[in-house]
Each structure stands twice: as C-alpha cells, then as structure tokens.
Write a protein that binds this ligand. Structure first.
Ligand code: ATP
Length: 440
C-alpha cells in the first residue's frame, strides 16, 4: 500500500474540519468527551445521506418490478446469528501490547509482533467477536442475550418467506433494506470510514443456481452505474477480485469496490455471491412453479456502506482554487445529491422591498425543490464562500435591478454557478424551469 503523504493527511484534516464546521458530521457524544467509533450527522450530513439513500431506492427498488424493500427490527432472535454463523465466526484477530496495553487488529498490522505505538512486544492473537450483545426483558439469563445486528442482510433472509407469501414473486427477484448495523471494531479509525455504528444499503438478489453468474455480472454493472450517477470520481474506484482464502465464510465469489481514500485504497462496498448458504441455514425454501419442486435459491449481495460512501463523495467533491490571491474551497457535488440545491439572498439585509421579493423567490423554489436555503448572513462574498463550501450549485441574488432600477431587468435575478463563479440573469418566473433543466 502506498505510504500516506502529508498532502493526504492534510486533505483528511480539511474534510473532518469542514464536516464539523459546516454541519455535516460531528463526533458522537462530543460534549461528554466523545465515544470511540461513533459520529453524529448534522443537518447537511443528513441531507446528503438522504439524497444517497433516495438515489439507491429509486435505482434499485422503485424503478424496478423485481425488487421489494423491507425494514426489519435491529434486534433479532439470537438463533438467527447462530444459524448465520456470526456467533461462532464473526470475529477479528485481536492482539494486545504487553507494555502499553493498546489493542490492535492483527491482520491490519505490518508487523504483528511489534506494537506500532511503543514498539513493545505484542501477545498472541485471539479471536474477538465483533457483535455487540445486550439483554432483552427483565430477566437476565443466557436466553435473554440478543445482539445488535452486524449486517442488515439477515433481516432480509428471515423475511424471505413473508415476502414470497405476500407477493408471490417469480425468480429472479430481490429484497433490499437500508438500516443501521453495529460492529464492535477493535480499532475504529479514519473518521467515518471504520465506525462502530453505521448504515448499510443491502440487496439480496435471489436466483436459480444456474443463473448466478449472469446476475453477478449485471449487479457489477448496476453498482458501477450507481456510483457514477452519484457523481463520484470513478477513476478513484477499483474493482478487486478477492481470493478464496480472504473471502467471508459464506462467500463463493467477492468483488470489493475499493476507493482511493487518503489513508489508502480501501473497501467502499462489496458484491458477493453467497450461494444458498443463508437460506439453507435458516431452512427456508421456495416453491419453483416451473420445475414443480422446492428449491433453495442462491443469492447475489451488493452491500454498500452509506458512511463510507459519504466520505468518498466528500473527498471526491472537495476542490480548491485561487482567485485574486484568495484560496476558496468548495464541494463540487453533482446537483442531484447536493444537500442544498440553491440558496436565495436579498442583496442587502435592511431593505424591506428586496427582502419581500427574495422571500417570494425563496417560497416558490422551496415548494418546488425542498432543499433550498435562505441566506442573508454577512456580505454577498461571504455567502458565496459559505455556499461553495457546502457544495450548493447555485446562489440566487435579488438586487435593485430585480425591483426595476434598470427597467429592462425588472423581475430578473442573478444566478451564480458554484464551479465557474459565473453569473447569469434569469427571469423570476423562469427560475424553476431553469433549475429543473440543469438538474436533469
Ligand atoms: P472491512 O473489511 O473494511 O472491515 P467488511 O468486508 O467486513 O469491511 P462487509 O461485511 O462486506 O465489510 O460490509 C459491507 C459494507 O458495510 C462494507 O463494504 C462497508 O461499506 C460497510 N462497513 C462494514 N464495516 C463498516 C464499519 N465498521 N464502518 C463503516 N462501514 C462499514
């Protein structure tokens, strides 16, 4: 793996600080000193995540007639995790330093015998199960142990029969789910890349065994389209075929889609052929109408971590340029995923006629697009910088010409482009159409 450069470190620092300063991502439980491996999403982070999730739903569920969505409970009967193999096998090798007592994941160390923090000797590796457990109900005994789900997938497998009984889908079909997953990572790190509580968007796509390769190839294509539609810099995404020895216990083929993060090329999301491992372990079958027999469908699983995608999108959108000796930083999000589509400003804050006109424009755009911000804080230059930094594609300003100071410009506004800084004058009643056209 390439060594981290100072530039890489600086880029991560910039993203972490911008995320906090502008309200994308905050450290979890911050006012109590934080809680390792947890982050909270602020208003802009929530908006960005929602746009990602909406795009996923639109592409993989709403626009197709072979897909169903579920929202299963996070707490599940512990038998699920025994059957899935997680109780016995969902673990990472843990090593502890005999000197400073720090703990590490043995498979992530360059030298698994030497402590990277103090050079002390590391002990023997032991398997550490990454599932969080808790107790359910008032009686505390072994039967009351439940786990916070470490993946959303099992909530899909356990609802396979319910979906089949309610909707009678024919193979191939898929069930998708978006939801939280929890892993007690030994060393959470790299901001929201490796956290203990995160969100997944998973699909289990059920096929006949003979069809798995075609389905796998199709999902590979779907996933590539998805990241490109989100506006991610696809030159930073690399597909890596995972060798059998490195695959998860249930996998018969895995492709990791890795992203060039500043801290190294690491998994962004994965595509896995799980065989019929899960359904057969849960003893779930499917009545194949054509063959008039019961079969256990095989499954292709595209599994995307929302948080890793948020980080990749922030990194790939981050840009700086220089004008008149001043460096400006901006996020060149694709408009369809930008947390704010446009900001509306009156040129001056203390002129009621400007404010009234600006409010009119704001209300129309807000009703149409929702993700519209009113911004009258500081001077226009400051507002532009702020909107650039959060990735707002367009800033609309209502000035004295809008009010008719130049009669030929009556009821026109300026609309400024985030990336070029160029401004155009557009009729107020043509704004919605103008933005819609650009969005498409
Ligand atoms: P890694 O090898 O990086 O630990 P993994 O192979 O265990 O990841 P999967 O079990 O394939 O991950 O989980 C599917 C997806 O969920 C990953 O591709 C990633 O996007 C996301 N994910 C997994 N673990 C975490 C985590 N600790 N923090 C954030 N996202 C995660």
């Amino acid at each position: 793996m390439a060594k981290k450069t100072q530039e890489d470190n600086e880029l991560m620092d910039k993203i972490v600080s911008l995320s906090k300063r502008r309200g994308f991502v905050f450290p979890g439980s911050e006012i109590y000193g934080g809680l390792g491996g947890t982050y909270d999403y602020g208003p802009l982070g929530v908006a960005l995540k929602n746009n990602i999730k909406d795009a996923w739903r639109k592409k993989f569920v709403a626009s197709r007639d072979d897909m169903y969505e579920v929202d299963a409970a996070i707490l599940m009967n512990s038998e699920v995790w025994k059957a899935s193999g997680h109780v016995a096998g969902f673990s990472d090798p843990l090593v502890e330093c005999s000197k400073c007592k720090h703990r590490f994941r043995a498979d992530q160390l360059e030298d698994p015998t030497k402590c990277p923090d103090c050079d002390g000797a590391l002990g023997e590796a032991r398997q550490f199960n990454m599932m969080f457990s808790t107790k359910i109900g008032a009686v505390e005994d072994s039967a009351s142990t439940v786990y916070l789900r470490p993946e959303t997938a099992q909530g899909i497998f356990t609802n396979f029969k319910n979906v089949v009984d309610s909707f009678h889908p024919k193979l191939p079909f898929g069930i998708g789910q978006i939801g939280k997953a929890f892993r007690n990572e030994i060393t959470p790190r790299d901001f929201i890349f490796r956290v203990r509580e995160f969100e997944q968007m998973e699909v289990e796509y059920f096929v006949k065994e003979s069809d798995w390769q075609d389905a796998f190839t199709l999902w590979q294509k779907n996933l590539n389209e998805f990241v490109s539609e989100l506006g991610l810099d696809t030159s930073l995404v690399h597909e890596v075929e995972i060798a059998e020895a490195d695959r998860a216990h249930y996998s018969k083929r895995t492709i990791d889609f890795e992203f060039e993060y500043p801290f190294g090329q690491k998994e962004l999301f994965g595509l896995v052929y799980r065989g019929n491992f899960d359904l057969s372990n849960h003893n779930v079958e499917y009545q194949d109408e054509e063959a008039k027999e019961k079969i256990t469908p095989h499954v292709i699983e595209p599994s995307i971590g929302v948080d890793r995608l948020v980080l990749a999108l922030l990194l790939s959108a981050y840009a700086e340029d220089e004008k008149g000796g001043e460096v400006r930083s901006y996020l060149k999000f694709k408009p369809s995923i930008a947390p704010v589509i446009c900001a509306v400003s009156p040129l001056l804050k203390n002129k009621p006629e400007l404010i009234a006109k600006a409010r009119e424009v704001y209300t129309t755009l807000k009703q149409e697009f929702g993700r519209v911000m009113w911004d009258d804080n500081g001077n226009i230059g400051k507002r532009y910088r702020r909107q650039d930094e959060i990735g707002t594609p367009w800033c609309i300003v209502i000035d004295f010409d809008t009010l008719g100071e130049k009669p030929e410009l009556l009821d026109t506004v300026t609309i400024r482009d985030r990336d070029t800084g160029e401004q155009e004058r557009v009729q107020m009643n043509e704004l919605v159409g103008y933005i819609k056209e650009k969005l498409n």
